[in-house]
Design a protein. Structure first.
Length: 556
């Protein structure tokens, strides 16, 4: 690296001359010049902004953060597909809750018994936006939540470390697969991540201030748990982060008391909300006592490594290097007090280890349901140490920029491909819905897979309602002779009796046992005919929808 030689100091350009000899000196005395001291260079700054003011650093950092947020928004908005069943279900639930809360309509959904979040929070908000802006508006709201989470991540990392680490952390988090996916997915996960991120940032901000400021932050943390019950898994991380941040400015006892106050306030709000709402059954069935699956451990580990492996690996580098060397070399003098090694090790292990909580819990349950979304919660906490890892790999003076370039290119490539793959993993119903709009009539009984997506679009046209549709998840059918049947026998009996006006089947390489039984019964009973078969293609393969309708004039 070449350096520009600065101008010589004024004192180096003058000759130092011996004083004249005294009068009694030998007249043969001669004046002798001292040799020049040579070139004098000032010590180089470790980086260009080392001499900048704090205001200039913040301005540059916020400008670069704005660029990161624009890139994140563009990458999320490029994803396109019709409404997923969860999106349609939550929006419909919100409309039902609004009708019940404000107009006294019956709440026939029973959402408080099986939703993994309070149905009066995100679903109501999503339904309100849907009434004005439709599905695109609800998905745009999710994007706003994820952009806010990235901004909070930058603020948190900047306060713990510096601007450069914050920018690196924000960039890695912004292009990760869960972030891009949740940024265009209309479920309560984006809001939950946003609230957790806001809680973490606020706790670091209030750590050096008055102890009572932790109480209002507890409201945000409790709201995150109310929006999605699984957010409670990350409350211990927030408490320990608050204690560690407070310890930088207070004694151990005061830091622990602040953490205890935040814990008690959060738990008190949650217990009060649980007693008032009665959501205990849903919390048990979806979170604390969730049914175990059959997904092998190696598959969950493999998918976790694909979706989060790079960021976690860089976070491990940041954890190790930060534990070994306290002061970051990018901004000399950024922190006057150097934290001890124990504190640095605890912080790195806490943040990086949080990324493994959700995968570990799903390994315990042997289920991969929503893993691609839950990973995003932990990646937010690991991202600050990943930002440190990037800055340490680059070194002072940005000696090794190739590390940041390589990590950024790989992260961007993985985020682009993985988010597009997963967002296109469910069938697009853009051709199915117009076909059904000519067939479905109000008051008819339909059986469908998928159910939620088509009904969402058709109900906006007032052609049907959710009460008129039944899924293959559960049936309780009363036969003509008074018997009540469930499961496959119930579906077969309903088809034989001609109770359904129409059936939608999703054939993608095979059918579930209940769907296959219904298909065979429709073929053999003669009460139904195949009206149409619509092929589709997803990121995982091909398939087709089958639309069966009851023969005109047939018995019902």
């Amino acid at each position: 690296m070449s350096h520009t030689v600065p101008p010589l100091h004024e004192e180096t350009m003058q000759l130092r001359v011996l004083p004249p000899p005294p009068p009694e000196a030998d007249p043969g005395y001669s004046f002798v010049e001292e040799p020049l001291p040579g070139w004098t260079l000032p010590p180089p700054a470790q980086m260009g902004w080392a001499a900048d003011t704090g205001r200039r650093r913040r301005t540059v950092g916020l400008a670069l953060l704005a660029v990161i947020l624009l890139v994140q928004a563009a990458l999320s908005l490029r994803l396109a597909n019709s409404a997923f069943e969860d999106e349609a279900l939550y929006i419909w639930a919100g409309h039902v809750e609004i009708g019940h809360l404000f107009y006294g309509a019956p709440n026939y959904g029973g959402f408080d018994t099986y939703f993994s979040g309070a149905p009066v929070l995100y679903p109501v908000l999503a339904a309100a936006v849907d009434s004005v802006l439709g599905l695109a508006g609800v998905r745009a709201m999710s994007l706003l939540f994820m952009l806010t989470a990235t901004a909070c991540l930058y603020g948190l990392t900047r306060r713990l470390f510096n601007e450069r680490a914050g920018l690196a952390a924000g960039a890695l988090f912004a292009v990760s697969m869960p972030t891009l996916f949740l940024g265009h997915f209309a479920t309560y996960d984006a809001l939950a991540v946003c609230l957790l991120a806001l809680t973490g940032w606020l706790l670091v901000v209030v750590a050096p201030r008055h102890w009572a400021l932790a109480a209002p932050v507890a409201l945000v943390a409790a709201l995150a748990v109310g929006v999605k019950y699984a957010s409670a898994l990350f409350l211990p991380t927030l408490v320990l982060l608050y204690v560690l941040a407070a310890y930088r400015h207070h004694h151990v006892r005061r830091a622990l008391l602040r953490g205890a106050l935040f814990s008690v306030a959060t738990l008190g709000i949650l217990v009060g909300g649980l007693v008032a709402s009665g959501y205990l059954t849903a919390i048990q069935s979806t979170t604390t006592a969730r049914a175990h699956g059959s997904t092998p451990t190696w598959q969950i580990v493999q998918d976790t490594a694909r979706w989060a492996g790079l960021l976690v690996a860089v976070a491990l580098v940041g954890t190790v290097t930060y534990a070994r060397t306290a002061r970051l070399s990018e901004i000399p003098g950024w922190r006057r007090a150097v934290p001890g090694r124990r504190w640095r090790t605890c912080l790195g292990v806490l943040l990086t280890g949080t990324a493994l909580l959700a995968p570990a819990y799903q390994i315990h349950l042997h289920t991969e349901t929503s893993l691609q979304k839950h990973i995003g919660f932990g990646l937010f906490f690991a991202a600050p140490m990943a930002g440190v890892g990037v800055t340490r790999l680059m070194g002072a003076h940005v000696k090794f920029p190739q590390w940041a370039i390589a990590i950024g290119v790989v992260a961007l490539t993985l985020g682009l491909s993985q988010s597009a793959t997963y967002f296109g993993s469910w069938p697009d119903t853009r051709y199915l819905v117009p076909q059904l709009s000519y067939t479905v009539r109000p008051g008819q009984h339909w059986l469908g897979d998928p159910k939620e997506g088509p009904v969402y679009y058709l109900s906006r046209e007032r052609r049907t309602s959710y009460q008129d549709w039944l899924s293959f998840f559960f049936i309780d059918y009363k036969t003509r002779d008074g018997r009540r049947l469930s499961g496959i026998p119930g579906y077969r009996a309903a088809v034989r009796d001609g109770w359904f006006d129409g059936v939608v089947l999703n054939y993608s390489g095979g059918l579930a046992p209940a769907e296959e039984a219904v298909r065979q019964e429709m073929r053999t009973s003669g009460r139904y005919r195949l009206k149409g078969s619509l092929p589709y293609r997803t990121s995982t393969g091909t398939g087709h929808f089958e639309i069966w309708v009851r023969q005109s004039g047939g018995p019902r």
